[in-house]
Design a protein around this ligand. Structure first.
Ligand SMILES: [Zn+2]
Length: 71
C-alpha cells in the first residue's frame, strides 16, 4: 500500500514538526524566564549560579514574583 506508506510518512513528518515547534517554544519561554531580572535586587530572578529554578519568588532577595504587578 504505497498511499498508506505516504500517509504514514506525512504524519510522522507532521509530528516531528509539531515536536520541534513545541521544543522551540518551550526553549524560548525558558530562556525568557532565565534572563528576567528581579526589580528589587537586580539579579537574575530564576538563576543562581548555573542553577535554573522556576520558583514563585526571587532566589536572591525572596521577592514574590507578583510583587511588581501591584504598581
Ligand atoms: Zn531579588
Amino acid at each position: 500500500m504505497p498511499l498508506m506508506m505516504l500517509a504514514m510518512k506525512m504524519f510522522n513528518g507532521h509530528l516531528a514538526a509539531v515536536f520541534v515547534g513545541w521544543f522551540v517554544v518551550m526553549f524560548a519561554i525558558a530562556f525568557y524566564a532565565a534572563i528576567a531580572r528581579c526589580p528589587s535586587c537586580g539579579n537574575y530572578f530564576h538563576l543562581q549560579g548555573m542553577t535554573l529554578l522556576f520558583l514563585r519568588k526571587c532566589l536572591h532577595c525572596q521577592l514574590h514574583v507578583s510583587a511588581d504587578k501591584r504598581l
